[in-house]
Design a protein around this ligand. Structure first.
Ligand code: ADP
Length: 500
């Protein structure tokens, strides 16, 4: 990871190092000149000192390079301008040459320092641009505000010597700061959020601060604030870089907020759509039996004396069967809603034989032709189940078999591979292969169903089966008809049986 931290003021260690570099360069130039003294002219020796000044000004700050320019001219005068080994200058011409050399050395040291600064600034800008690009890529992949927080904190930490602190606003508009950070950062952060601008050195706002306070802001939305400490009022490009990091983080937070809002709106509209489909289907299915009940009841009320007993019986039978239909419809609808909240299931250890027995007792009242036969083995293990729901599942399957077939119906229970299998076999028309999936969807009816129904029964059955960790499927029966197969898991660990 590249550090993007700007070079701060020179440290003591650096000052010492610069002094050594200046001394070394000037000592080397003097040594070379002394060695070449017999072979080269004074002009060439002056050039060697100028070279030392060029190197110093390109590698060091402006103060050491200025010092090296003055020192080079002084050393040149001392060692090589007659009278040698004194600071005096004999000839006027030499004095002029010394001044000219001083001027050249100063100009070169100034140009060298400026060039070095520009090169450093260009390198810094390049590193910062690369960092912003990297941050943009990281933020694009962020899916949670906490990730944006982490990224902003990490990138500010890399860009500035700091310390840097980032805090997000929670849903109630409170800054999420660590308790130990509260007193130091809260006021500044809240102020920059309120003013929607950077505060601190060089900003013209709150210049007395020693840190920049920056809002994480995009459009009109502020998602939090950052604080960057130990900054300089003159570091304009550093401030712009901090602002760019905070703006990117603000935009990412704004994007997350927008997409969360969109997701919520989508869910709500889906829920409203489902609700209205549900209500439309319910009201349609409830209206027909209700109309029949009301018609039959009002005929009985107004014309009972005039109606012959068989017709009265027929009307009463209509009321009973329509009420039963309404009860089934209501029960299935309620269970479908209830199964949406699977947490409401009242699971307990239950005996399959007992559930099957109670269902058969009820259904057989409607099975006037005694078509249902059952085979339930003894000593089946107990299962964890909601008995009301499981009974309803079985009742729906048996009712369907009675409705969609005219021959014998077999209810078969078996224990296979730690699963209890409940199969309802009938000899009806069967289910066409293309409808096998659709009939388990709510409000979906078979194309050729001549019988009345709402298309809810099998949807409820499958939801009940799955809520018990099981599965409901349908298969074509060899020889015609269908087999509806319910498979339920059996816990290996059974409850301890109570001694009588
Ligand atoms: P409904 O019976 O109210 O239509 P269901 O969800 O119980 O709703 O059944 C959906 C469809 O599945 C029925 O419309 C029918 O076409 C088909 N179906 C259900 N059980 C049987 C069966 N035992 N034999 C043939 N078709 C059946």
């Amino acid at each position: 990871m590249n550090a993007v931290a700007p070079s701060g003021g020179p440290t003591d260690a650096r000052k010492v190092r610069d002094a050594w570099v200046v001394c070394g360069l000037l000592a080397a130039a003097t040594l070379v000149n002394l060695l070449l003294d017999r072979y080269v002219s004074v002009t060439s020796q002056a050039m060697i000192y100028v070279l030392a000044v060029v190197v110093a000004s390109y590698t060091l700050g402006w103060l050491p390079s200025l010092f090296s320019a003055v020192a080079a001219v002084t050393l040149f005068n001392f060692f090589f301008i007659p009278p040698r080994y004194t600071f005096q200058v004999e000839a006027q011409e030499n004095l002029f040459a010394l001044f000219a050399m001083l001027a050249v050395a100063l100009v070169i040291s100034h140009l060298g320092t400026a060039l070095r600064r520009e090169t450093e600034a260009a390198r810094m800008n390049e590193r910062r641009a690369r960092q912003l690009q990297e941050l943009a890529t990281d933020l694009a992949a962020a899916t949670l505000p906490a990730e944006v927080h982490l990224l902003a904190q990490r990138h500010l930490g890399r860009a500035f010597p700091g310390p840097c602190v980032v805090a997000l606003l929670d849903a109630h508009g409170n800054l999420q700061l660590q308790p130990e950070q509260e007193s130091s950062y809260r006021d500044g952060m809240l102020a920059c959020i309120r003013e929607a601008a950077t505060l601190g050195p060089g900003t013209g706002r709150w210049p007395g601060l020693h840190a920049w306070y920056l809002p994480l802001r995009a459009e009109t939305h502020t998602g939090g604030a950052a604080c960057v400490q130990n900054v300089s009022a003159y570091d304009h490009s550093g401030r712009e870089h901090a602002q760019a990091i905070c703006a990117q983080a603000g935009q990412a937070l704004w994007r997350l907020k927008l997409s969360a809002g969109m997701h919520e709106a989508q869910e709500q509209s889906q829920w409203h759509r489902a609700q209205s489909t549900f209500l439309a289907a319910i009201s349609h299915d409830f209206r027909t039996p209700l109309a029949a009940i009301m018609g039959a009841a009002s005929s009985l009320q107004t014309q009972r004396d005039r109606l012959p007993p068989p017709q009265q019986e027929r009307l009463l039978a209509t009321i009973l069967s329509e009420s039963r239909h309404l009860a089934t419809l209501t029960e299935n609808t309620l269970q479908l809603v209830r199964l949406d909240h699977a947490g409401d299931l009242r699971m307990d250890w239950e005996s399959v034989e007992e559930i099957v027995g109670s269902v058969l007792a009820r259904v057989r009242q409607r099975d006037v032709a005694h078509r249902i036969q059952s085979r339930v083995p003894a000593a089946l293990p107990l299962i964890k189940a909601d008995p009301v729901l499981l009974a309803q599942l079985l009742e729906n399957l048996l009712d369907n078999a009675l409705k969609y077939s005219a021959e014998l119906i077999e209810l078969e229970v078996a224990l296979k591979n730690h699963r209890i299998e409940l199969a309802v076999h009938d000899r009806g028309d069967g289910i066409p292969a293309g409808e096998v999936l659709a009939i388990f969807e709510p409000y979906r009816r078979g194309d050729r169903s001549g019988q009345r129904g709402a298309g809810l029964g099998l949807a409820v059955c499958r939801a009940i089966a799955r809520a018990h960790g099981g599965e409901l499927s349908v298969h074509a029966r060899p020889g015609g008809g269908s087999t509806f197969m319910l498979e339920l898991p059996v816990d290996v660990a059974q409850p301890a049986t109570e001694s009588a």
